[in-house]
Design a protein around this ligand. Structure first.
Ligand code: NAP
Length: 256
C-alpha cells in the first residue's frame, strides 16, 4: 500500500528536474499525477514516462502558471480527467539572474510572476476543491536563495515571498483540513543549475564538484532528495505540520 493510493497529486513545472522527480515519487507511492508545464507535449511525454501503480492515471497539461485563465482551465481539466485533486506542489520556476543595477524590469516581473503569482493562482484554483472536501496538501518550492544570493535579487525576493505565502496559508487554510508547507532546496543538479554553470563560464561537472566540496555532506542534491521531503509534507504523517519551510540543502546554509 502506498501513502498516496487513491490521491491525485498535481505538480507544476514537472516536465523535468525537481518537479519530475517529485512526480515520480508520488506515482511510485500510488498517486494519480498531473504534470503541468509550459509545453503540453513535454508535459504529456513526462506523464507517459511515469511508472504508475494500481489504477492510477497520469496526465500532462500545458499551462502557464502565471496566467489565470490557463491555470483555471488546467485545474478544471485535471480534476475532470483524474477524478479530483488532493496534493498541489507549486514547483514551476525560472531564473533571470543579474546584479541589481543590470536587472531589467522585465526580468523582475517574469520571476515574480512565475514563482509568486503562479503559486497564488494555482493555490486559489485548487483550494476551492480542498475546502469543499476538507482535505488538501500544498507544498511550495522556496530556496536557500531566499536568505540572500548575489545576482538574484528577483529570485531571492520571490523565494522569501513564497515562505510568507506559506505561513499565511498555514493560518488561513489549516482549519479546513489543508496543510501548507514549503521546501527550500540548496544546490540540486538540474537544468536550472546547469544553466547557472554556463552563465558563470563553468562546466556542468566542474560546477557540481565545486558545490559538493563546500557542502557539509560533500555532495550536491538530486531531485529525489527534494521529492522525499515534499512527499513527507504532503502525507498524512505530516498532518500536524503547517506553515513551515524545511531547508533541504545538505547543511549548506549552516556554513555560508
Ligand atoms: P528546471 O529544471 O528549470 O524546471 C523548471 C520547470 O518549470 C521547467 O520544465 C519549466 O518549463 C517550467 N516552467 C517555467 N515557467 C513556467 C510557467 N510559467 N508555467 C509552467 N511551468 C513553467 O528547474 P528545477 O531546478 O527543477 O527547479 C524546480 C523548482 O525548485 C523551482 O521553483 C526552483 O526555483 C526551485 N529550486 C531549484 C533549485 C536547484 O538547485 N535546482 C534550488 C532551489 C530551488 P520550460 O522548460 O518550458 O521553461
Amino acid at each position: 500500500m502506498g501513502r498516496f493510493d487513491g490521491r491525485v497529486a498535481v505538480i507544476t513545472g514537472a516536465a523535468r528536474g525537481i518537479g519530475f522527480g517529485t512526480a515520480q515519487r508520488f506515482a511510485a507511492e500510488g498517486a494519480s499525477v498531473a504534470i503541468i508545464d509550459l509545453d503540453e507535449s513535454a508535459a504529456a511525454e513526462a506523464a507517459g514516462r511515469l511508472e504508475l501503480t494500481g489504477r492510477a492515471k497520469a496526465v500532462g497539461i500545458g499551462c502557464d502558471v502565471s496566467d489565470a485563465a490557463s491555470v483555471d482551465a488546467a485545474v478544471e481539466r485535471l480534476v475532470a480527467e483524474l477524478g479530483g485533486i488532493h496534493v498541489l506542489v507549486n514547483n514551476a520556476g525560472i531564473t533571470r539572474d543579474n546584479l541589481l543595477f543590470k536587472m531589467t524590469e522585465q526580468d523582475w516581473d517574469l520571476v515574480m510572476n512565475v514563482h509568486l503569482k503562479g503559486a497564488f493562482l494555482m493555490t486559489k484554483a485548487a483550494q476551492k476543491h480542498f475546502v469543499e472536501q476538507k482535505y488538501g496538501k500544498i507544498v511550495n518550492l522556496s530556496s536557500v536563495s531566499a536568505l540572500g544570493n548575489r545576482g538574484q535579487a528577483n529570485y531571492s525576493a520571490a523565494k522569501m515571498g513564497v515562505q510568507g505565502f506559506t505561513r499565511t496559508l498555514g493560518i488561513e487554510l489549516s482549519p479546513f483540513g489543508i496543510n501548507t508547507n514549503a521546501v527550500a532546496p540548496g544546490f540540486i543538479a538540474t537544468e536550472m543549475t546547469d544553466a547557472t554553470a554556463a552563465r558563470l563560464g563553468l562546466g556542468v561537472e566542474e560546477f557540481r564538484e565545486l558545490n559538493a566540496k563546500n557542502n557539509p555532506v560533500r555532495r550536491v542534491g538530486f531531485p529525489e532528495d527534494i521529492a522525499a521531503a515534499v512527499a513527507f509534507l504532503a502525507s498524512d504523517e505530516a498532518s500536524y505540520i503547517t506553515g513551515q519551510t524545511i531547508y533541504v540543502d545538505g547543511g549548506a546554509k549552516l556554513v555560508s
